[in-house]
Design a binder for this molecule. Sequence first.
Ligand SMILES: Cc1cc2nc3c(=O)[nH]c(=O)nc-3n(C[C@H](O)[C@H](O)[C@H](O)COP(=O)(O)OP(=O)(O)OC[C@H]3O[C@@H](n4cnc5c(N)ncnc54)[C@H](O)[C@@H]3O)c2cc1C
Ligand code: SF4
Length: 424
Amino acid sequence: MGKVTGFIEHSRDLPRRHQVTERVNDWFEIYQDFPETKVRQQGARCMDCGVPFCHTGCPVNNIIPDWNDLVYRGRWKDAVRQLHATNNFPEFTGRICPAPCEASCVLGINQPPVAIKQIEKNIVERGFEEGWILPEPPRHQTGKKVAVIGSGPAGLAAAQQLCRAGHGVTVYEKADRIGGLLRYGIPEFKLEKRIVDRRLRQMEAEGVRFVTNAHVGENVEVEKLKREYDAIVLAGGSERPRDLIVPGRELKGIHFAMEFLPQQNRRCEGDALDPAWNILASGKRVIIIGGGDTGADCLGTCHRQKPQSVHQFEIMPIPPNERSPQTPWPLWPMQLRTEPAHEEGGTRDWSIATTRLTGDEDGNVADSRHRLHARCGPGVDCDGFPRSGAQRHDRTTRNRARSTWKRSNRRQLHDVHARCLRDR
Ligand SMILES: Cc1cc2nc3c(=O)[nH]c(=O)nc-3n(C[C@H](O)[C@H](O)[C@H](O)COP(=O)(O)OP(=O)(O)OC[C@H]3O[C@@H](n4cnc5c(N)ncnc54)[C@H](O)[C@@H]3O)c2cc1C
Ligand code: SF4
């Protein structure tokens, strides 16, 4: 443990985000740089717990207290080595991992947890800046050949490890670029694609071969791979979205997130898209059904495309602002999360269950009267206004909030009463 009193002297600190008014006009990452002194102070907050619960939270078993300590002491190069001992791509996880390590950090019992994710990002970025992260080609070749199918983070990590172990590795990717959801799912403002490309260059220099537009089972025969390779790794990810089975789902203008987000990532890469297939929020009144991270990615993408309005509907009631008693430390907490995309605008609505979608005679979801029909779920008043504790105010404030809420939601939720009235 670097500084015994670190967690008493320093409070949790994170880098500032670029101004909302600026960042909604570009696709760059939203965080500003974090000075070295501040990162080291954050490292000093780690208590080097005898039983470091952050380990149990981390899905890749990062040796967190060790690199926190190394950062506090300014031993950056050692921290880079330590970080890569368990994680092939800390520059991805340091940006987009939801950080269950922080949720289980012991300091989090009665203080804000150690800023583990931020420290991770700074270590790896320092490593690249200093030129310490270099290709690590194998010292000897085994003569074995492995095909990896799918180039998302799972396929890439497997490919890098297998290559470093001396096997001849070829990654087959059906898309036109490598990266899986890192490339085409997660928006640029969360993970700039130059970060992915930087790691791919290292892997290529180590000897990994990438083949794009290679759809195994379609234009690449499985039998051929079986003949040519000693082993095959299946890392095809999960591409089946969760559909919403309600009347009207087939109407035009309703899209899965993974139809919408990849298009914008392609535009950011400079691809020219066929205008006939464009899905753009520009100038539209948009509803995002789903209040999770993918919904937030859609929200941030919408803001940058300049819609008329955006509402994000979540089926669950608004969670508490603090960790709920049902998910005590060190569990992943059920609590309200506000992503930077929420800070950028839009309206979040809770306890909204979509029951049907209606449209015009041309089959478009939008017509002058109806768009989306919803009913209130548990924890909402019969007019859909959230009833949960997190929204509890004195009577005047609540009534004012209720009127504003009703005004802004009337058009979309015109029949939100229906089910409640029926159920009475
Ligand atoms: C919109 C969105 C945002 C997300 N944001 C985050 C986040 O912020 N933080 C986080 O931790 N997680 C996030 N996730 C989840 C995360 O992206 C996934 O868990 C992760 O990408 C899964 O990695 P994977 O390698 O298993 O699969 P994928 O990333 O899906 O990669 C699989 C690849 O295999 C290819 N493939 C499939 N079949 C074949 C075939 N037959 N032949 C050749 N290639 C094939 C696919 O084209 C794809 O490129 C997000 C997911 C989505 C959809
Ligand atoms: S649980 Fe938190 S304080 Fe304890 S070792 Fe891990 S990061 Fe440090």
